[in-house]
Design a protein around this ligand. Structure first.
Ligand code: CU
Length: 317
């Protein structure tokens, strides 16, 4: 599916308001540009050579009128743009009061990936995933933006404006998608070496397919079939649980992406690699190759162990 990433191709009420504003600014700026170039042309085509001394007083008065008229017009244009800009901002930035169908998600920026926690009022209260944010069409999604290290920034141009993720501070941001699709939201604030490989994908899907995805996400990892049991053992005994968790199989750290349903993701390491067997194996063998400096060490497993491990991870749908 084509990934959408365009301010001028809005897929939500908020982005539509921003695109509308952009066109108003563009229109006014185009008129100003035409007026300036037009007066310049008129001035250039005029006969030159009027000396300072023989300037006609009638003429200077006209000049003064033209200049003050232009100043007045500029002031009015700026004022109008200011008011339109302010009201657009007010209209889209106030978090709307939560309705029963509001989806609540904590989005935490980490060097250099996105932690995603869906919050709900019933057990298991929180559903954790990474790098791919699924949202239902046409429903408001309240994002609570946080950061665990440095300033990151959330920006899905097709859905909304930009909002920073600031350490020890949380802010709310409401998004909504009205057209199904995959929207790109690369980190929009330089946050260190691998800032360029910190892609968040927002997958907007119809209510029933979102519900299906979410129901699966809530489940723990299944007991592995016998042919991949060894892979699970490798996962548990290698350093993996030190940083990663597979719910139902290996309770571990939360400083790295939750891998409970890793096989259902499209990409690995925040858009760095497509999620296919070869790339997954290459990533685990040497995560420092495709994304140098990232927080996952290289050379954790190799050979038959690596094969078994990759087979096992491939079952985590
Ligand atoms: Cu960044």
């Amino acid at each position: 599916m084509q990934e959408a990433h365009s301010v001028l191709g809005p897929a939500s009420p908020q982005a539509a308001a921003i695109a509308h504003l952009a066109w108003i600014f563009f229109g006014v700026a185009a008129l100003v540009w035409l007026a300036v170039l037009g007066s310049l042309t008129v001035a250039l085509l005029r006969p030159h050579g009027l000396g300072e001394r023989d300037v006609d007083p009638q003429l200077t008065r006209r000049h003064r009128n033209v200049v003050s008229g232009a100043l007045g017009l500029s002031a009015v244009a700026l004022l109008v743009l200011g008011v339109v800009d302010y009201s657009t901002g007010r209209g889209i930035e106030t978090p709307r009061a939560a309705t029963p169908d509001t989806v609540r998600v904590r989005l935490i920026g980490r060097q250099w990936w996105w932690e995603i926690q869906y919050e709900q009022k019933t057990p298991p209260y929180r559903v954790t995933t990474a790098n791919e944010l699924h949202i239902p069409l046409g429903r408001p999604v309240v994002l609570t933006l946080e950061s665990s290290d440095v300033i990151h920034s959330f920006w899905a141009p097709s859905l909304h404006g930009k909002s920073d993720l600031v350490p020890s501070y949380s802010s709310e941001f409401v998004i909504q998608a009205d057209k199904p699709g995959v929207y790109r939201a690369p980190c929009a604030e330089y946050c260190g070496a691998q800032h360029a490989k910190m892609m968040l994908l927002i997958i907007a899907q119809p209510a029933d397919s979102f519900a299906g995805w979410y129901a699966n996400e809530m489940r723990d990892a299944p007991t592995p079939p016998p042919n991949v049991a060894r892979g699970q053992e490798v996962f548990r005994t290698a350093a993996c649980p030190f940083c990663h968790t597979i719910r139902g199989a290996a309770t571990g750290g939360s400083v790295a992406p939750d891998l409970t349903h890793i096989a259902s993701r499209m990409t690995l390491a925040a858009g760095t690699l497509p999620n296919r067997r070869a790339e997954l194996a290459a990533w685990i063998a040497n995560a420092q190759g495709p994304k140098p400096g990232n927080r996952m060490p290289a050379n954790l497993v190799s050979g038959g162990d690596l094969n078994a491990l990759v087979d096992y991870l491939g079952t985590l749908r």
